[in-house]
Design a protein around this ligand. Structure first.
Ligand code: ADP
Ligand code: X2W
Length: 302
């Protein structure tokens, strides 16, 4: 009796996802998988399953990953410290070698491997591949003044054709946030890279998985989670945000202003948070929408 009830509950849950499956069928969703949300192997496996589920459900998921904690650990091993200005890593040529090695050679391979346990889907790429992302050197803005932080890049151009080709072939592109300019390679914040790629692909959603429930209005008290805000509301909040959230929220703004209809910040520590966001109307995390979005938009089917 219990197992029959459980089976019926499962069927109900599945059918409740139908309107979302129909709305997002064939749509591209860019998921930024962040350093602090990807340090637990159990959660890494859940993440891989969720991504493959999206693919089997008819969406076109693209993963853009970071790896801040992994870079920090590797730098420590070789006796180098991690230094940040305005949320961006100060990147010397020596640091850049390690950033590239860890992101492209280690973190990317790990994610590709986990996804591919479920089928031959994931293909690893760096922003350098097929000139997908081009960048310019970017200073950090500290108290309104530009500060030189070395080989850190701002994405100035995206050619998403290689990603589109892989998606058309049923693959799941997994992209490291390294970009090229005429002068060499640059370290790009992964939130920024994900936003630029989402806009370049004309994605239907950008989802940022991180290690907190979403954007808090009263950080660090964390009692007031902002569930939805418009691009202009976010723009007004940006100067008052503390550093960890700045690249993330700037990236959401960039994506939405670049034509992505919804950008979400979700808690990557919650198992299956991706599925909850895409297939239910639970309004988890923080969603950024264009100024003219209808007021009842909560990620649910229109
Ligand atoms: N207003 C805010 N709301 C939520 N988190 C904030 C806020 N301001 C700063 N933070 C910090 O930003 C962190 C997320 O940024 P970060 O650690 O860089 O993420 P990731 O590693 O996922 O890219 C949170 O864990 C939190 O400590
Ligand atoms: C310029 C800059 O800060 N680049 C980041 C790239 C990785 C990243 O963004 O990782 P998370 O998403 O895990 O934070 C860095 O070197 O840490």
């Amino acid at each position: 009796m219990n197992s029959r009830k459980q089976a019926l509950d499962k069927a109900t849950t599945l059918i409740e996802a139908l309107p979302w499956m129909s709305r997002f069928h064939g749509r591209t969703v860019v998921v930024k998988y962040g350093g602090n949300a990807m340090t637990d192997p159990e959660l890494q496996d859940r993440f891989a399953e969720n991504i493959v589920f999206l693919r089997y459900a008819g969406l076109r998921p693209v993963v853009v990953h970071g790896g801040g904690p992994q870079i920090k650990a590797h730098l420590e091993r070789v006796g180098l410290e991690s230094t940040f200005a305005a949320g961006l890593r100060v990147t010397t040529p020596e640091t850049m070698d390690i950033v590239r090695m860890v992101l492209v050679g280690q973190v990317n391979r790990d994610i590709v491997g986990r996804i591919n346990r479920h089928g031959p889907f994931a293909v690893g790429l760096s922003g350098e591949d097929a000139r997908m992302m081009t960048a310019e050197r970017k200073p950090a803005m500290v108290d309104g003044e530009p500060v030189d932080i070395g080989l850190v890049g701002e994405v100035t151009g995206v050619d998403a054709s290689v990603v589109d080709t892989l998606l058309d072939d049923g693959r799941i592109p997994v992209v490291s946030s390294v970009a090229r300019s005429g002068e060499g390679v640059y370290n790009v914040n992964a939130d920024t890279a994900a936003a630029a790629l989402a806009a370049g692909l004309g994605a239907s959603k950008l989802i940022m998985l991180t290690d907190i429930e979403g954007l808090y209005a009263d950080y660090p008290v964390c009692e007031e989670l902002i569930s939805r805000l418009s691009a202009t509301e976010l723009e007004r909040l940006l100067p008052d945000l503390s550093t960890g959230m700045v690249p993330k929220m700037e990236a959401c703004l960039r994506a939405v202003r670049g034509g992505v209809p919804q950008a979400h910040v979700l808690d990557g520590r919650t198992p299956n948070s991706l599925l909850l966001e895409v297939f239910t109307n639970d309004g988890i995390g923080t969603m950024v929408v264009p100024d003219d979005a209808p007021h009842d938009v909560f990620g649910g089917p229109a």
